[in-house]
Every structure is written in structure tokens, then in C-alpha cells.
Ligand binder design. Sequence first.
Ligand code: NAI
Length: 303
Amino acid sequence: MKDFAGKVAFITGGASGAGFGQAKVFSQAGCKIVIADIRQEPLDEALAYFRAQNAPAHAIRLDITDRAAYACAADEVEKVFGEPPQLLFNTAGVNSFGPVENSTYDDYDWLMGVNFWGVANGMQTFVPRMIKAGKGGYVVSTASVGGFQGSAVASIYSAAKAAVISLMESYRAGLAKYGIEVSVLCPANIRSNIAEAVKTRPAHLANTGYNESEEAIASLHSIYSHGMDPVVLAERTKQAMEAGKLYIIPYPEEKERLAQHFREIVDSIPPIESDPEGAKERTEALMNWAKDRGSIFSRGREG
Ligand code: NAI
């Protein structure tokens, strides 16, 4: 996508960090901005920023894990701007770290709830509306470089982000026919307020096996203070969208680590020439089977 002017952009987590950076950059590019966030005070402050610039913007308090509220938010956007968003940024996310073996069900429910289900809810809410509007569009979901590899202390967070990466690969393949492009942003460190994320944790999911003390929050703050400026990250994201890239990973320092990880995976597969498992015969048999029957998986609703 090259032209962003006049398009409605819906940004979850838009009151802070990466989401607020996206709101600034895409407002500058001429978008009408909707920032959706679970916290009211940062929302008010972010909205005041756009009001001061006379830039079209609207703020909605939304918990992205609440499906009914998400549908109301989508109705509100259509009421305010007269159409559904053409740009959707699934950016809101939360983290909490600790030994994987100490994880509780509440840790699972909160971290998967926001980081995975929040994105799924965004897709379920807006994709049908975008298809119906028939104008095409662009979805960017924020995962993490942590989503490419498991970790002893970021286990559920990494699993949620891995699911987001995979889901965006699927949507990219599925939505191209509607002119809707899809990317997945995989940042490393961002200078944001995510160290405070545990403060948005709902009371009914408060039972954690991790260290969420003020001390832990302070030490996370010092890590994130060395991260990428969210506006710079949003500019790199916009450039990657202009180029239509699936993966957006503007962190060169991550390249070798990821290369090693994927090399390890690929190297664990025996070479085809040795073919000790009868791979060629299996593949051939499957191809012949599919040729005879056609594929049931390629059918849409009408099929
Ligand atoms: P941030 O904390 O500054 O911004 C996230 C925003 O999401 C906050 O304003 C928060 O109130 C909002 N939010 C949290 N739960 C929500 C919910 N249930 N419904 C609606 N809004 C909710 O953090 P940051 O770093 O800007 O995070 C943005 C994305 O970047 C997240 O998906 C995060 O996982 C991802 N990320 C962050 C990295 C970092 O180093 N900070 C690294 C890699 C990925």
C-alpha cells in the first residue's frame, strides 16, 4: 500500500508505546486515527496530542479480550467516520516473565487472552467488515522476535506471539483475493511502557507464578529504556507496508540469532537425496490422491 491519506486506521494499544508511535506516524500520513486502549488516562493524553494538531482522531476505551465490547467499538468507528477502518493495527500486548514451571492458569489466560485472543478478536471483528466494504486494506499485527523461539522465562508470551505470527501468515494467504494485505511486526526491544503491563492485569486473573513486584517492574523499565523509539519503529513499519513485506523486523542485531535458529530446524531434517523414509513415494502418492479428488481445503463458504 502506498497511499494512506484519508483512510481510517484502528490501532489497539494506541495510547502508549508502539501503538502511539503508529498513531503519530499514520496521522502524519493523512489517516483518520482511532486509538483503542484499556487505560483511560493515557487515552485522554494521546487524544489531546492529536486534538492539539487538529488531526482527525477518536479514542475508544476497549479491552480487546471483550468480544461484545469489540463489536460496539467497531460500530462506533463506523458512526464516527462513516466506514470501517481500512487499516487495522493489532498492537496492544502485555507481558510478564518468570520460570515456565511456575506458570499458573491465570498466567496462561491473561497472556494468551490479550496477546493472542486480542488479535483474533480484532480479526474476527474487522475482517468481515473490511471485506464487505470492498475497498481492500491492510492489517498489521504486532508479535515479537520472541515469537520465533521458546524461552524458559517468556514461555506463554512467546507462545502467544508465535501463534500471532502463524495466524498472520494464514490471513495473508487468505485475504489477498480481497485486496487486503497482511504483515506481522516482530520487534525486539521498544522504548515503551510495557514494564507497567502487569498493572492492567484483571483481578480475576491475578494469581501469578511470576515476580510482578515493583522491583521487577523497575528492572524491566531499565531494559526497555534502551529500546527503539516507537516513532522510528512505526516509520520502519510504514516503509515495510509500502513494500508489502510480510515480516517486519527492523532489528539487524537479531539477524544472526534467527538465522541460527532456523538453520538448526532445517538441519534437523534428513537430506532428500538419502531418502531413508520413503519421502518421494509418500509425496507422489499424496499428489496423485489430490489430483483425483481436487482439494477440499481450497473451498470458500460458497464451495
Ligand atoms: P505499551 O505498554 O507501551 O503499550 C501497550 C498498550 O496496550 C498499553 O497502552 C496498554 O494499556 C494496552 N493494553 C494492554 N492490554 C490491553 C487490552 N486488554 N485491551 C486494550 N489495550 C490493552 O507496550 P509496547 O511495548 O508499546 O507494546 C506494543 C506491542 O509491542 C505489544 O504487543 C508487545 O507485546 C509488543 N512488543 C513489545 C516489545 C518491547 O520491547 N516493548 C518487544 C516486542 C514486542
